[in-house]
Design a protein around this ligand. Structure first.
Ligand code: SDX
Length: 431
């Protein structure tokens, strides 16, 4: 961060404090309150961290007002159009776009780590067949720390690098196995002659009794969906990974914590909830009824796939996803998909409604993704596992960045205590 002589003056009673203001390369200045408690004996209060910068980072920047998303400075729409997921993984992990040789080496390293330890397949059998794939992924990814002891020492840079590659490489295999397990089909091994997205589609949809040809249109759309979900600043699941890692927990345990957090319907679970909402709406004539419920202060119902803590404009990922939905469905000949029609009309009506306009609620990354994934043949239960698969590179990149930060300390928020003050124990006969 740029040093600055700017300060914020804070007057508490008779005490006047000058708090340093730190300036970023992009985005708002921050007031450095690290010494506030020592100097003034007070905490700051910010449930949900709406105004709190928890760390420095150089990986991703979001301009919520402008609806911009940059990965190492590159706009997401350019990366989605011109790059591909493993190149974006390299960019997030190492900070620069790779040369041809660097990219080939990276892709080979990932490709050669896609298999999981053969013993791990027996973990799946501990789950009921109707288990949600996210429940399986949380368990199996956490269990990786019981199989890959040679990449759990976070103080060894080489082990951090191996763990990073292993996580990116094995997540599609684990997600596909979770899917196959829940539909009662045999696991499919990864292939080294397929690209990342094609490998995942084949592991999900091929069966032993016939050849499976990956549809290049779907592979390109799958790869683009991975890119659009790769990283997103200090969102809830990334912050979970950072907090878990701050205690020195091993990378697999930290990623499992991130998967658990992502599952929530307010976060990564919204893509599944959004498609289920579109199914509930069913037809465009029922849209006003659902918009009315979302606006009703006495109804906790919300439009899934709408709104965002940071974006107060269009989520740039939603724009790309909407274009991709049109392309994929047209190319698949599903151009009159009822859910897509409902989604487009819901978006139109909501954006014309003062409630959504005033609160700056726009479609987010989860609004259109489910329509594409369903058209590809995925059940709604696989939507969030696919989000987790793609976000793994973001979690791992932020995990590595934090471990390289000399300021790293265990994360330990304070509180505004509203409970009982000191009182003496009362024996049961006197209560
Ligand atoms: C992701 O952080 C990230 O970057 C996340 C993510 C990533 O890539 O990691 O972008 C991925 O999680 C996208 C968001 C997916 N979630 C959903 O689509 C679920 C529906 N959206 C919401 O629940 C909500 O918008 C959040 C959780 C996304 C944001 O919540 P905030 O920032 O805490 O906002 P809020 O709940 O304080 O809402 C502000 C106002 C409230 O009204 P008032 O109390 O001020 O009167 O807007 C209303 C809310 O009631 N509101 C909605 C709404 N979202 C907010 N009203 C109707 N429908 C909605 N979807």
């Amino acid at each position: 961060m740029a040093d600055s002589k700017k300060t914020a003056t804070l007057k508490i009673g008779e005490q006047v404090l000058e708090l340093p203001i730190l300036s970023p390369t992009a985005g708002p200045d921050v007031i450095d309150i690290r010494k506030l408690y020592a100097q003034a004996g007070v905490f700051t209060y910010d449930p949900g961290f709406t105004s709190t910068a928890a760390c420095d980072s150089t990986i991703t920047f979001i301009d919520g007002e402008e609806g911009e998303l940059l990965h190492r400075g590159y706009p997401i729409d350019q990366l989605a159009e011109k790059s591909h997921f493993l190149e974006v993984c390299y960019l997030l992990l190492y900070g620069e776009l790779p040369t041809g040789a660097e990219l080939e080496d990276f892709e080979n390293r990932v490709t050669n780590h896609t298999m999981i330890h053969e013993q791990m397949q027996f973990l799946f059998r501990g789950f009921r067949r109707d288990a949600h794939p996210m429940a399986i992924m949380v368990g199996v990814v956490g269990a990786m720390s019981a199989f890959y002891h040679d990449s759990t020492d976070i103080n060894d840079p080489w082990q951090r690098e191996v763990a990073s590659i292993r996580m990116i490489a094995k997540m599609p295999t684990i997600a596909a196995m979770a899917f196959k397990y829940t539909i009662g089909q045999p696991f499919v091994y990864p292939r080294n002659d397929l690209d990342y997205a094609s490998n995942f589609l084949r592991m999900c949809f091929s069966v032993p009794c016939e050849e499976y040809e990956v549809n290049p249109i779907l592979a390109r759309a799958m790869d683009r969906i991975f890119t659009l979900h790769a990283d997103h600043e200090q969102n809830a699941s990334t912050s979970t990974v950072r907090l878990a890692s701050s205690s020195g927990a091993n990378p697999f345990a930290c990623i499992a914590a991130g998967i658990a957090c992502l599952w929530g319907p307010a976060h990564g679970g919204a893509n599944q909830a959004c498609l289920e909402m579109l199914e509930d709406i069913g037809s465009v004539d029922r849209i006003p009824e659902f918009i009315a419920r979302a606006k009703d202060k006495n109804d906790s119902y919300r439009l899934m796939g709408f709104g965002h803590r940071v974006y107060k404009n269009f989520d740039p990922r939603a724009k790309v996803m909407k274009q991709s939905a049109d392309e994929v469905l047209e190319l698949l000949g599903i151009d009159n998909n009822p859910k897509l029609q409902v989604a487009k009309e819901l978006e139109r009506q909501a954006l014309e409604d003062p409630y959504f306009a005033d609160k700056k609620l726009f479609p987010n990354v989860d609004f259109y993704s489910g329509i594409i994934l369903e058209a590809m043949g995925f059940p709604t239960s696989m939507f969030t596992p696919i989000f987790a698969l793609a976000r793994t590179v973001g979690w791992i990149s932020q995990w590595k960045e934090q471990l390289d930060d000399p300021q790293l300390r265990i994360g330990r928020p304070r509180q505004l205590y509203q409970g009982a003050t000191m009182r003496d124990y009362v024996d049961v006969e006197n209560r």
